[in-house]
Structures are given as structure tokens and as C-alpha cells.
Ligand binder design. Structure first.
Ligand code: ATP
Ligand code: MG
Length: 382
């Protein structure tokens, strides 16, 4: 991302007679000398005017946002606006365009996100954002409770910024998070899920977890309540997969349906908590065979964080490598050969004997060679 291109874009907007500023994360991160991810520009040009002068697509037109393609980069350009009332605790029912940038600043979420910067790097701070950056504080703009009632996602965004930046949440803002935590239940679960994942990826997750507990927000995150309380006691925060698998293990292996995990993720956490619950002491070779390496490593991380097992990453990998059989396809006898030995057509018996054979191979009762398995099949009643 290039701030130079953004400055040029602001110059171009001004040439067309509009006001324009950098705003939001880019200014905050610039002042903190951190890398920024995306660039937001705020302008009094209306979306259709922006689209007349620039190569742009209407990416969030309902809220006055278009994405400009400029110097081969994308910029989110939003028209100055004030937000009308909300009836869904998330989106304003209507937005009203404004010609006054201070209106636009005051509809934003936190002071650290409400600082403006022009193309000369002059700062315009109408909300005390610079002071809050200095003091490392996340503070709602205006009355926090009102702001969270307009959009409850802001409650989770406060936690996201804490986890990302390591700032404290200002006292009144935090108290309003506690008092309005039930509003999170009104949000689309997909949005909650996305924001939670952003929270869990932050460098300062430990602080955010503590705040979640202080504000009792864990109580409105189904199935994660025990997991959050547990990891709060750990020295080091687990990675995201371990966090979810651990939480659902403590939730008796149940993943509440509301969460919008992909099938792949849901299945991974389900299986890992199954292994973690069924093999609290040691993960057997049979489990390794049945669930595969990835799930077993995750289950071990869960049980390690639960204080039930040592961290056995290496040894589980070694054991997996050395498994005498990793799939049914590795059997030294084919189904046809088994049928020939028994002189019998395929049937339920075949699946059953293959299953027993695999278990006995894994438990080193029989070798996975043609010779041993032939004797093995011969000796079995079917
Ligand atoms: P990040 O580093 O994650 O991009 P950001 O502060 O840039 O952080 P964005 O989600 O990119 O966050 O939003 C850009 C800006 O838009 C914010 O800084 C804030 O000013 C405003 N904003 C975004 N979401 C909201 C919201 N839900 N309520 C009020 N203002 C918001
Ligand atoms: Mg941003």
C-alpha cells in the first residue's frame, strides 16, 4: 500500500473542487509508525461524482462508499455522512450526506480512528484521537452506550483494536461494553464470527481475552465461555485452531450451530475435540490411523493446554511416520486375495475382517506382509 498514491488521489479530488482526507486506520497506523492494511479516504464528493472522475466501482454504495482504482491500487472512498437511526443494531436505516467533515468524523467509532490527514501530512483531530494514541486508549467517539446501540459490532471492534494495538479500553467505553453486551446477540452471527477471528489473531490477544471476561462478553459467545475462561489463565495464548478446539472440547465436544464455520473447520474442531476427550492420556496408534496426523496434533495441543498431556508434536509426527499402515490401501492383501483365500464372495464379513486386520497390524499383532496376512486370514473364522 502506498501513501504516496493516496496523497496524489487526494490532490486529484481537490483539483476537481472537492475536499478530501485520509481517515481511519491508515492515519492511526501512520501516526503509530505501523504498517497499514487498507487506505480509507473521506470526501464531500458524492459517489456518482467520484465515479464520473475516476475509475471506480460502487462497493458499498448504500453507505456512500466506492472503491477507486488508482495507480493500480484500491482506495475506499466514502462521502462525508451522518448516520440516521438504526433499527437492527448494526446499519443505519439511512445515511445523510454532509458537506462538513466534522460530521463525518463524529459518526466514526473510536477516537483513534477519527483523525484526518491531508496530502501534506497535516493532521486534523476533532476528537482527541492523538492524545488517545499517546495514552494508548480506545475510546468511543461521543456517548459509548449510544454508539454501541447504533451499531453493536463496535463492541467487538473495540476488542479487535485492543488485540491488535495493545491499548487499554477507556473506562466509560468498557463499562458501556459490559452494559450493552446482550446487543451482540442481535448481530448476524457471520459478522460476529469474522470479528472474533480478527480478535483472536491479534498480537495482544491476552489483553482482549481479559477484557472479554471483564465485560462478560464471553457469556454471549455460545460454546466459547469455558474456553475463554480457561485460556485467560494460561501464560501464552494458543493459536486460533487450538483455541476453538480447546473451547469445544470443554463444551463436551459440541459446536453450537450458530457459528458459521466452513465444513472443513467445523469438522476439524469436532474431530480434534473428539480425540482430545477420548484420549486424555495418550493418543493411540489406532487414533492416529483413524483421525490422521493433523487432527491428532491439534488434539495434543488441546490436551497440552488443558494440562493433561505433554507437548508431543515431534513424537506424534514420528509415530505417525512409523505407523505400519496409514490407509486401507496399504494392506498387503487385496480384497480379491482375501476372498480367494476364503473362497467366498464379498459380503459384510469382508469389511469386518479387514477392520480387524488393520487393528491387529496397528497393535503389532500381525505384520503387514502377504505371508503373515495370508496365515492370519486362514486362521480366522468368517
Ligand atoms: P484496520 O487496521 O483493521 O483496517 P480500520 O480502523 O481501518 O482498521 P476499517 O474497518 O478499515 O478499520 O474501517 C475504516 C474506518 O471506518 C475506521 O477507522 C472508522 O473510522 C470507520 N468505521 C469502520 N467501521 C465502523 C463502524 N462499525 N462504526 C463506525 N465507524 C466505523
Ligand atoms: Mg482499514
Amino acid at each position: 500500500m502506498s501513501i504516496k498514491s493516496a496523497k496524489n488521489l487526494i490532490r486529484d479530488l481537490k483539483k476537481h473542487g472537492y475536499q478530501a482526507y485520509l481517515v481511519g486506520g491508515v492515519v492511526r497506523d501512520f501516526l503509530m509508525k505501523e504498517k497499514f492494511s487498507d487506505i480509507d479516504i473521506t470526501t464531500n464528493a458524492k459517489p456518482f461524482e467520484v465515479m464520473k472522475h475516476f475509475k471506480a466501482v460502487p462497493s458499498g454504495i448504500k453507505y456512500g462508499t466506492v472503491t477507486i482504482l488508482y495507480d493500480n491500487l484500491q482506495f475506499e472512498v466514502t462521502t462525508f455522512r451522518t448516520d440516521g437511526p438504526t433499527s437492527d443494531f448494526r446499519h443505519p436505516d439511512s445515511v445523510i450526506y454532509s458537506d462538513n467533515v466534522t460530521d463525518d468524523v463524529h459518526r466514526r467509532d473510536f477516537t483513534i480512528n477519527g483523525i484526518l490527514m491531508d496530502e501534506y501530512q497535516n493532521i486534523y483531530d476533532y476528537v482527541g484521537g492523538q492524545k488517545d494514541i499517546e495514552n494508548k486508549l480506545i475510546r468511543a467517539i461521543g456517548d459509548p452506550s449510544t454508539r454501541f446501540n447504533e451499531d453493536a459490532l463496535r463492541i467487538l471492534r473495540a476488542l479487535y483494536f485492543q488485540s491488535k494495538l495493545g491499548f487499554e479500553i477507556e473506562e466509560n467505553t468498557k463499562e458501556a461494553m459490559l452494559n450493552n453486551r446482550h446487543l451482540i446477540k442481535e448481530l448476524a452471527m457471520e459478522r460476529v464470527h469474522k470479528e472474533l477471528i480478527k480478535i483472536l489473531q491479534g498480537k495482544h490477544l491476552k489483553m482482549a481475552i481479559q477484557s472479554i471476561i471483564d465485560t462478560k462478553i464471553h457469556e454471549v459467545l455460545p460454546g466459547l465461555e469455558k474456553g475463554i475462561l480457561w485460556v485467560n489463565k494460561l501464560e501464552e495464548m494458543p493459536f486460533i485452531d487450538t483455541f476453538f478446539a480447546l473451547s469445544f472440547t470443554l463444551n463436551k465436544g459440541i459446536i453450537p450451530v450458530e457459528w458459521t464455520f466452513s465444513n472443513v473447520h467445523r469438522n476439524k474442531y469436532l474431530k480434534a475435540s473428539e480425540v482430545a476427550l477420548n484420549y486424555p492420556k495418550e493418543i493411540s496408534d489406532e487414533a492416529l490411523y483413524q483421525y490422521g496426523l493433523e487432527i491428532c496434533l491439534l488434539a495434543n495441543k488441546v490436551n497440552f493446554n488443558l494440562g493433561k498431556q505433554k507437548y508431543l508434536n515431534r513424537s506424534i509426527q514420528d509415530r505417525f511416520e512409523k505407523l505400519p499402515i496409514k490407509s486401507e490401501l496399504d494392506l498387503a492383501l487385496t480384497s480379491q486375495e482375501i476372498m480367494n483365500i476364503k473362497n467366498k464372495k464379498a459380503g459384510i464379513w469382508l469389511g469386518k475382517i479387514k477392520k480387524e486386520m488393520i487393528t491387529d497390524i496397528l497393535n503389532k499383532k500381525v505384520l503387514n506382509t502377504k505371508e503373515s496376512l495370508t496365515k492370519y486370514v486362514e486362521s480366522k473364522e468368517v
